[in-house]
Design a protein. Structure first.
Length: 217
């Protein structure tokens, strides 16, 4: 009994604490070692490599000549239209006299209506043909070779319009100049079309675009 009283009581809390692992104290911060290699740089967040771009194939000389001839043809044809528009009154009088002489059965009103029809039809025909040819030329210069074959029937229509227009608009003091400009327009357009179908032009239309890396700024 005395032995039991002399024995000190066991603290259950202390026994549990003695079984837990001891925590090591935090090591003090170490100073930077100058001899140690620096840390690697952070990787870049974005890729600086530029994407490839399409390099345009240079235009051959034949196509450049064709473009120049087409543009001169447009200028000549529109100059003829402009001259005919400025000489509207003189042309109307000349046309009325000519048509009245060829068709004596028509009265003055019918002759005036016929004159307006042939005059404005001739001007509108030349203007529409030039606009269509200009659109096809722009399409051709983007390396769409099929536009050249659409230019061919338009050239045939252009020639017919010039023949009809020169019969009605080549009258008076300025009629010879207008007719010369119209003929020059169709001749230049025909030569321009021929330059557009030569071998070097054919090769340019069929050649695929080349890709290359974009140049640094």
């Amino acid at each position: 009994m005395a032995d039991q009283e002399s024995t000190s009581p066991v603290d259950g809390t202390g026994e549990r604490n003695s079984n837990e692992p001891r925590r090591m104290p935090l090591a003090p911060a170490r100073e930077w070692d100058d001899d140690a290699p620096p840390p690697p740089p952070r990787p870049a967040m974005s890729d600086d490599t530029k994407p490839p771009v399409v390099r345009t194939i240079p235009m051959p000389k034949a196509v450049r000549v064709a473009r120049t001839l087409w543009l001169i043809s447009f200028v000549a044809s529109m100059a003829a239209v402009f001259i005919s528009f400025l000489t509207h009154d003189a042309l109307n009088d000349e046309l009325a006299e000519t048509i009245g002489r060829l068709s004596p059965g028509y009265d003055d009103e019918e002759v005036a209506a016929l004159v307006d029809l042939v005059y404005w039809s001739s001007l509108a025909g030349l203007g529409v043909v030039v606009v269509i040819e200009a659109v096809l030329l722009g399409t051709m210069l983007t390396r769409r070779g099929g536009a050249r074959w659409l230019q061919l029937p338009v050239l045939v229509v252009h020639a017919g319009v010039v023949l009809v227009a020169s019969a009605f608009l080549a009258i008076g003091d300025w009629g010879g100049i207008a007719e010369l400009l119209m003929l020059a327009g169709i001749v230049l357009a025909t030569v321009a079309w021929v330059f557009g179908v030569v071998r070097s032009a054919q090769r340019w239309f069929r050649m695929p675009d080349e890709t290359q890396l974009a140049a640094d700024d």
